[in-house]
Design a protein around this ligand. Structure first.
Ligand code: ADP
Length: 355
């Protein structure tokens, strides 16, 4: 299986329309690709997804038909792109990877669709950001494997139906709720990826350390796992960071002490919160009495993009129970106060003050 990515096109268009995945910025793709699991055995966790997929893949193979279109959703770094690659490898087909912001003009999506071969997989990341025109081109492509193209102008315009090879679309999104329902309805399977447990992340750490040829003890792996916010991409990044410390400051081995000391220096606390997460919680507590406060206000005060706050920071803070989402905005929970070591103001203050 080869992964063909239209990186060049994406890069050009990203200049105009940047994809906000800040945790990717310092990440070089060669590292990420070199440690990406290529089969079900090395893809750790997500057991219910793997079980369902194995059956679906087997059935498609037995029928000799391409796989149904699949939609994966969940916070960044949980393995949506990776599982798409595993599926392609398992089916013995190629996968073409692109992202909705790179499909700005109709000819971008038409070009990709027309270049696909039978059975191939088209992976569209951030599919909730697809524009209306691209979506409408996709509907008949997904449903009937045809492309409806209009030629000529106004009265002389003609619609041409161009047959396409039978392909599988795999969409990935951090926001399933923002997908239009006609698009969502055209996926045969929709699956949410879950945050990983400490045990699963410990396995991810061991696997990555082995690939990087760094020695890590069980305690060291667990310490990194505990600060990885339930996310394999973060676990991988931390292994790399901590291994730098281990080589430069210690004897090269990552044990529990080395991991904890390095992560403290990197300002990643014992729940995996980094400076931005803590700044977010502190802001709500100090400036807005713990909330509720709207996400736009939070983003502006932190000089962050709303999408970064919603897609990257919040999912884990909500899952860990430090933040609560209410109709009037975000609130810091009692656990959030406790984690920061700040006393929560009592809920009821007497109307008459301290009498
Ligand atoms: P997403 O597409 O959801 O943002 P990716 O599929 O790009 O996330 O995964 C990010 C990185 O995390 C990958 O490079 C891969 O090495 C690692 N990873 C993701 N899922 C798993 C998994 N289940 N087991 C091991 N490593 C994983």
């Amino acid at each position: 299986m080869a992964i063909i990515s239209d990186d060049e096109g994406i890069r050009k268009r990203e200049k105009k329309n940047p994809i906000i995945k800040p945790e990717n910025i310092e990440y070089d793709n060669t590292f990420e690709n070199s440690i990406r699991p290529k089969d079900f055995d090395s893809y750790i966790g997500q057991s219910s997804l793997k079980e369902t997929l194995k059956i679906t893949l087997e059935a498609a193979k037995k029928r000799g038909k391409p796989l149904d279109h699949l939609l994966f959703y969940g916070p960044p770094g949980l393995g949506k792109t990776t599982i798409a690659g595993v599926i392609a490898a398992q089916m013995g087909v190629e996968i073409r990877i692109t992202s909705a912001p790179a499909l700005e003009r109709p000819r971008d999506i038409i070009g990709i669709l027309m270049s696909l071969k039978g059975g191939e997989i088209l992976f569209i990341d951030e599919i909730h950001r697809l524009n209306k025109v691209a979506e409408e081109i996709l509907y008949p492509a997904m449903e009937d494997f045809t492309l409806d193209m209009t030629t000529g102008k106004s009265q002389t315009a003609k619609t041409l139906r161009v047959p396409l090879p039978k392909f599988t679309l795999i969409g990935a999104t951090t926001k399933a709720g923002e997908l239009s329902s006609p698009l969502r309805d055209r996926f045969g399977m929709i699956h949410r990826l879950e945050f990983y447990t400490i045990e699963e992340l410990t396995k991810v750490v061991h696997r990555t350390a082995k690939i990087l040829e760094v020695e890590v003890t069980e305690g060291g792996a667990k310490a990194i796992a505990m600060r990885s916010r339930g996310t394999p991409r973060i676990a991988n990044r931390l292994v790399k960071r901590v291994s730098d410390f281990a080589i430069v400051k210690y004897d090269g081995v990552i044990d529990e002490n080395v991991a904890n000391e390095s992560l403290d220096i990197l300002k990643i606390d014992k729940y995996g919160l980094d400076t931005t997460d803590r700044a977010l919680l502190n802001l709500i507590i100090e400036k807005y009495d713990g909330g509720p406060v709207g996400v736009e206000t939070i983003a502006a005060a932190l000089s962050e993009d709303v999408r970064t706050i919603e897609d990257v920071c919040e999912p884990y803070l909500l899952q860990a129970g430090f933040l609560q989402r209410t109709p009037r905005g975000r609130k810091v929970s009692p656990e959030g106060y406790r984690h920061l070591g700040i006393k929560m103001p009592s809920l009821q203050t007497s109307l008459f003050g301290d009498e």
